[in-house]
Design a protein around this ligand. Structure first.
Ligand SMILES: Cc1cc2nc3c(=O)[nH]c(=O)nc-3n(C[C@H](O)[C@H](O)[C@H](O)COP(=O)(O)O)c2cc1C
Length: 404
């Protein structure tokens, strides 16, 4: 825990982390440049898939190189991918990469895998293939745990006509943006109408726009802020997230997953042993307060929310939620918008259960069944003028997921 501050620290700065909050707050006025630690280019090389698979003729590998750019919880990239025969891709979950505390039933892990499969369909189409998927060929996981049985067998089938997929060009431009958004720019009519066209009888997706739905939007903000506080002040969930922070170029390069921290100061603190990710900070500490303040500001700078709910919560529905979510995010990208899932209140750990129910009550629009679930809650908006998009997040690279 950071109890002391170096004397040269004069002003505070917030460093973003997983929930859109901050992890520590203090920046010297000068003198940190020697500790600068950007995201190494090698850790984000996967974001130029065309260069990596340029001379590979197998369409499965070419499409997979794009699919692994999918959004996924805590950037765990929990995929094991097997090429079978000439046409099939078999997908399993890497059970070493689950999120035991923040995602105890593996719901978010399946959403992230659904997002990856969604991009696989889009990229296959772009390369002239349709996909045909067989789900859970050795049986579906139960509702509380995940194992390494296959989730999906995706067969590539040559399509007669070459069909460019409208969203393909936006895959490598998509970013999860955890910063403040321009409060005066809610999604345009065109964006909303494209987003709403993604709904299905199983999955209901909505855009909640502040001015029109002020009451609901205020509720969401209140719940999101409380939920972040709970995640941050519950030892298991805080520590799980803290241990997935990758602090500085060396760690980012080594792991190429988790959430990248590039603040020179935090890197320096880490090097001097002043930032211990195995230690749970007191809920009253400056570090926790700073993170809460920053998250609250970020949530307040949200012109609209994108919400994805389902009437049931089967494993297939979770995957479909991921497929829908990634399409929504690509559509937003196409329209010049960014997104940021804020999942704390959706998480199924005991300390969160009351807020979880409250959110469900507010957001499930039809008469809820007992299994009705809020699958995704996201901020959606525009980066304010003059601010830049975040850099892409690292990927481990295709070879890391391929098991053959
Ligand atoms: C199911 C799911 C839940 C997520 N929840 C959060 C969240 O609560 N807070 C957050 O900052 N990002 C969240 N994300 C975004 C991931 O952290 C992000 O996709 C990942 O770090 C990779 O970054 P990228 O989307 O920019 O490629 C979530 C993503 C998914 C698919």
């Amino acid at each position: 825990m950071m109890t002391k501050q170096p004397t040269n620290l004069r002003r505070r700065r917030f460093i973003r982390t997983i929930g859109g909050g901050v992890i520590f707050a203090a920046l010297p006025i000068s003198g940190c440049s020697s500790f600068s630690s950007d995201i190494p280019e090698s850790a984000i090389a996967a974001w130029s898939p065309e260069e990596i698979v340029n001379d590979i003729s197998d369409p499965r590998i070419r499409a997979l190189a794009w699919a692994i750019l999918a959004p996924n919880p805590h950037n765990r990239q929990p995929w094991l991918i097997e090429l079978q025969g000439k046409y099939d891709v078999l997908i399993r979950i890497d059970t070493e990469r689950l999120l035991e505390h923040t995602d105890p039933y593996g719901r978010q892990i399946l959403i992230g895998t659904g997002a990856m499969l969604g991009l696989l369909d889009i990229a296959a189409k772009q390369f002239g293939y349709n996909t045909e998927t067989t789900w859970f060929e050795e049986g579906v996981f139960n509702s509380t745990s995940i194992n390494s049985k296959p989730i999906a067998r995706v067969r590539f089938i040559r399509s007669i006509e070459l069909a460019n997929h409208d969203l393909f060009n936006h895959i490598s431009k998509r970013r999860t943006a955890r910063s403040v958004y321009d409060n005066n720019t809610p999604p345009t009519k065109a964006l909303k109408s494209e987003l709403l066209s993604l709904g299905t009888p199983l999955l209901d997706n909505r855009v909640i726009v502040e001015k029109k739905h002020a009451y609901l939007s205020d509720h969401i903000k209140r719940i999101a802020k409380k939920a972040w506080k709970i995640e941050l002040t519950t030892p298991n969930t805080y520590l799980e997230s803290a241990q997935l922070l990758r602090v500085g170029s060396m760690e980012i390069e080594k792991h190429r997953d988790g959430i990248s921290i590039t603040s020179p100061l935090l890197v320096a603190f880490e090097r001097f042993g002043l930032f211990d990710r195995n230690e749970f900070p007191s809920p009253d500490s400056r570090i926790v307060k700073a993170q809460l303040d920053d998250f609250n500001q970020t949530v307040d700078a949200t012109p609209s929310f994108y919400v994805l709910t389902s009437q049931d919560n089967t494993r297939l529905t979770q995957i479909m939620a991921g497929k829908t979510y990634v399409k929504a995010h690509l559509i937003a990208t196409k329209h010049g918008f960014v997104m940021h899932p804020i999942s704390q209140a959706l998480q199924e750990f005991p300390e969160m259960s009351q807020l979880h129910s409250e959110l469900k009550e507010k957001l499930i629009s039809k008469t809820p069944t007992s299994d009705a679930t809020v699958q995704m809650l996201c901020r959606i908006g525009r980066i304010p003028n003059g601010k830049t998009l975040p850099k892409p997040s690292p990927r481990r690279g295709l070879h890391a997921y391929l098991v053959n």
